[in-house]
Write a protein that binds this ligand. Structure first.
Ligand code: ZN
Length: 468
């Protein structure tokens, strides 16, 4: 679990406008704007499960070749949305609050409906027709705010300017677009149910989730629910959905128990990593000896400092499921963070093998190899980390560890380049440019390393990021 890793999204200018358009009528949750820590969460187990949930839906939507990714946002509120053509964003709160795989799969099917319908592009056309100075100002403002929040730097000046620009015309644009958006939501519902039916899955989870958010529900009463704002649920929409959903022949089909268990394991993990200790033990009291509860207990124990007890609990989990890669990953991570990197190597190697070379776990293994301070591991660390960043290019951890490994080897050109790449992914353009400039002086002109460094020096900052 790399729940402290940021993923830097790299929206084009167009994407920033698209995002702004989506958020114009769907203000971002205040939690996202004000949160501390990285905007996204990275975890091999959770991402693998979400990939498996999404893959058949994307195939049914004929989007399987688009390389669409599900990005987990560090936000405890229920929300899911699409902001560009290639990512579905899901708050960890939506995973936590979905009691069954089928419920979150229904949400993913609905979002896939937006993607398949090209709704973002259509919304943009609609905006083009409705253009006013105000809307433009609002879009630019929201774009800056989004970029600021995405870079994990919600306090930068432009982000704040964005927030201010958004407040005024929001109501106006909301009215301009609301009828159009309603149509989009119904279309996405219809497409979502179609994808569920095509893949032999129940539409009940989708219906139950949306019904929960009906405009006259508890959530609406709170008035600021982000999902409700991005997905207005007037009772007509829910009624329409009920009719469509009931045409789904798999309504009564239950989730496979093995899948339900994996879902429950992920929810337990997210709780144990993200929530306060007392909350974790309230959800999973010590009297609960189910596998998910024991998972949550083991994680909470290691996070709160009792390594020896945590390891005993993890070993008991491994006995129950000896080929679960994530138990070995947890054992390795607990040892690594507990200051025992040499002992972390064996379980992390096992986790890499069992997970079919998950790049995020490879990064942890690389980190453990580097952290031993044993030069005998340097070449292996470089090989593993290079393989990992080649397949997972958006997690800064891989490059940070690669920089350390190269530094140990005395290859300062590669070390500077990897540090520059890590800084770039964290959204720290100033440091990235400085390191890349220095790397350029160390590489021979025109070599692949020099070219990569040159790309970073020349990279334009994202809108909303300071350009200094
Ligand atoms: Zn929607």
């Amino acid at each position: 679990m790399l729940f402290r890793q940021a993923l830097r999204t790299k929206p084009s200018k167009l994407t920033a406008v698209m995002t702004a358009a989506a958020l114009a009528i769907a203000p971002m949750s205040s939690a996202l704007a004000q949160q501390k820590g990285p905007p996204t969460l990275r975890d091999a187990e959770t991402e693998q499960l979400l990939r498996e949930y999404t893959r058949p839906i994307l195939r049914a939507a004929k989007l399987e070749k688009q390389n669409i990714q599900v990005v987990i946002i560090n936000d405890s509120a229920f929300n899911a949305f699409v902001a560009d053509g290639r990512r579905i964003f899901v708050n960890y709160g939506a995973i936590m609050q979905s009691e069954t795989p089928n419920q979150i799969i229904g949400v993913l099917a609905h979002e896939t409906g937006h993607l398949a319908g090209g709704h973002l592009a259509k919304l943009r056309e609609q905006l083009a027709q409705a253009q006013t100075q105000m809307i433009i100002a609002m879009l630019l403002g929201a774009g800056a705010m989004v970029a600021g929040a995405r870079s994990g730097n919600a306090n930068n000046g432009l982000a704040n300017a964005g927030a201010a620009a958004v407040a005024g015309p929001q109501e106006m644009i909301r009215r301009t677009l609301i009828s159009y958006q309603r149509q989009q939501e119904e279309n996405a519902d219809r497409a979502g149910v179609k994808f569920l039916t095509a893949t032999g899955q129940s539409a009940k989870g989708m219906y139950d989730t949306f019904k929960r958010f009906t405009n006259d529900s508890l959530f609406a009463a709170r008035g600021s629910d982000p999902y409700l704002m991005s997905h207005p649920m007037p009772s007509e929409r829910v009624a329409a959905l009920e009719e469509i959903a009931h045409s789904n022949p798999y309504w009564d089909k239950k989730d496979d128990p093995a899948l339900q268990l994996r879902h429950d394991m992920v929810r337990a993990k997210v709780s144990a990593f993200m929530e306060r200790q007392d909350t974790v033990y309230r959800r999973y009291p010590l009297s609960n000896d189910s596998l998910p509860a024991r998972y949550a207990h083991a994680i909470a124990t290691y996070r709160h400092g009792d390594l020896r007890s945590a390891l005993a609990q993890i070993d008991a989990l491994i006995q129950t499921q000896p080929s679960n890669p994530y138990f070995f990953e947890l054992r390795g991570q607990a040892l690594l963070e507990g200051g025992k990197p040499a002992e972390a190597i064996a379980p992390l190697r096992k986790a890499v093998t069992l997970s079919n070379n998950s790049p995020l776990i490879e990064m942890l293994l690389g980190q453990a190899l580097v952290a031993t301070d044993n030069k005998a591991y340097t070449e292996e660390a470089i090989t593993i980390l290079r393989a990992a960043v080649a397949r997972e290019s958006e997690a800064p951890l891989g490059y940070t560890q690669l920089a350390m490994a190269y530094g140990r080897k005395g290859d300062y050109a590669q070390a500077d380049l990897a540090s520059a790449q890590a800084a770039f992914l964290r959204g720290d353009n100033k440091t990235a440019r400085e390191l890349a400039s220095r790397a350029k002086t160390r590489f021979a002109v025109g070599t692949p390393g020099w070219v990569k460094a040159d790309d970073i020096v020349a990279a334009k900052p994202l809108p909303g990021q300071s350009s200094n």
